[in-house]
Design a protein around this ligand. Structure first.
Ligand code: PLP
Length: 383
């Protein structure tokens, strides 16, 4: 039988299955293994989300308010909530520019339906592995932009000819965050190339007030950028599944084609999930969101302070701390050392791209007590 052989070249599953294999293979650890490797969230949903979901369930239980297939692009009530949310950053968009999705990951893969196979993608390295895998799957050509100590893991363009560009801001796995001026350079570059800028905003809520919260704060972005958003990390929706994609009307054909693609290839997102999103973006929901983010950024600071005390080179931002391995170890060697010496799990940087070799990612998304305990252990261990 014929099949798409590009599937055999994908890398994302390898990273997490290899982490699991090594942890499970570590027999009789002297104490509980603690994880600073988690990409998932721990805190339960906010009250505001739960109340709206309950309302959604009640609507579905009554003949008068029951709903069948949802609108293919999302319920207007959620599109309007997102429109208001974006106004806070002076990003002014129309409701119809928000396409509700069941999360960012699927959208990153599906958006490539808009482009012919063999297109040229510019992808930062290291970064979220799905950008690379989605492009390998389509047989696209990939041009990597290397993050290094010298550029602070914030590579910039230098005139390469490309069809589309990926930016993740703040970055996974490095937490490195572009300034407004740097983002303007990327937007101008995309326009000069007649290229699309895919802006992955999954960690937007972790940014401080002064940072850029949407690519549409940057002049010219509506002509070239598609922004991908997610409720997963901001509202704890990894299990609910809800996100959005913005394809501005100014992108003309791409806006029209994305509508066609979504009308053809899916039947919308569950009413109950969308109601949860409306709750998350309500006044009370946003207040609860702030508390949630303060909890995780508190964890991030705890880890970064620990790195500081130990004198380990590190960056912090978004939901992560990115640290350099000691004594010239490789990512996997240092992963093993952390596991054996301190019974702590991290994520090897090389799993996010070749330029991540020699680094590890530590996640702030875990439970506060466990993060504190892990940091105490790191500080008490002789490295
Ligand atoms: N984009 C980035 C950078 C991520 O780190 C993740 C998840 O870890 C996603 C997208 C996927 O988000 P979602 O849960 O909305 O599919």
């Amino acid at each position: 039988m014929k099949y798409n052989e590009n599937f055999l070249r994908l890398s994302e599953n390898y990273l997490f299955s290899e982490v699991k294999r090594r942890v499970e293979g570590y027999k009789n650890p002297p104490r509980k293994i603690l994880s600073l490797g988690v990409g998932d969230v721990r805190l339960p949903l906010s009250k505001a989300s739960i109340e709206k979901m309950q309302k959604g369930v009640e609507d579905m239980a009554r003949a008068q308010t029951f709903r069948g297939y949802p609108p293919a692009f999302g319920y207007p009530i959620l599109q309007e909530s997102l429109k208001s949310y974006y106004k806070r950053f002076s990003a002014f968009l129309d409701e119809e520019e928000f396409f509700i999705s069941d999360g960012a990951k699927r959208e990153i893969v599906d958006l490539l339906d808009l482009f012919p196979a063999g297109s040229v993608a510019m992808i930062p390295d290291p970064t979220y592995p799905v950008y690379k895998d989605a492009n390998l799957l389509r047989g696209n050509r990939i041009l990597y932009k290397k993050g290094t100590l010298a550029n602070g893991f914030l590579p910039m363009p230098s005139g390469e000819e490309v069809d589309f560009i990926y930016l993740c801001n703040p970055g996974n796995p490095t937490g490195a965050t572009y300034t407004r001026e740097q983002l303007k350079v990327w937007v101008d570059y995309a326009i000069s190339q007649n290229a699309v800028l895919f802006y992955d905003n999954a960690y937007e809520r972790f940014l401080d007030e002064k940072s850029t919260h949407s690519i549409y704060e940057i002049e010219g972005a509506k002509d070239c950028a598609i922004e991908i958003g997610s409720f997963s990390k901001m509202a704890g929706f990894t299990g609910i599944r809800l996100g959005w994609t913005i394809v501005p009307k100014r992108m003309e054909m791409l806006h029209v084609l994305w509508k066609r693609r979504q009308a053809m290839g899916q039947n919308g997102v569950s009413y109950i999930s969308q109601m949860a999103g409306v709750g998350a973006l309500s006044k009370n929901g946003l207040r609860e969101m702030e508390e949630r983010i303060a909890y995780y950024t508190g964890n991030r600071r705890t880890i970064a302070n620990c790195m500081q005390k130990l004198g380990w080179w590190h960056l912090q931002g978004g939901a992560y701390v990115w640290a350099k391995c000691l004594n010239g170890s490789s990512s996997w060697e240092f992963f093993d050392a952390l596991l054996e010496k301190a019974q702590i799990v991290c994520t090897p940087g090389v799993g996010f791209g070749e330029s991540g070799e020699g680094y590890i990612r530590l996640s702030a998304l875990g439970e506060k007590r466990e993060v504190e305990e892990a940091c105490k252990r790191l500080e008490a261990t002789a490295w």
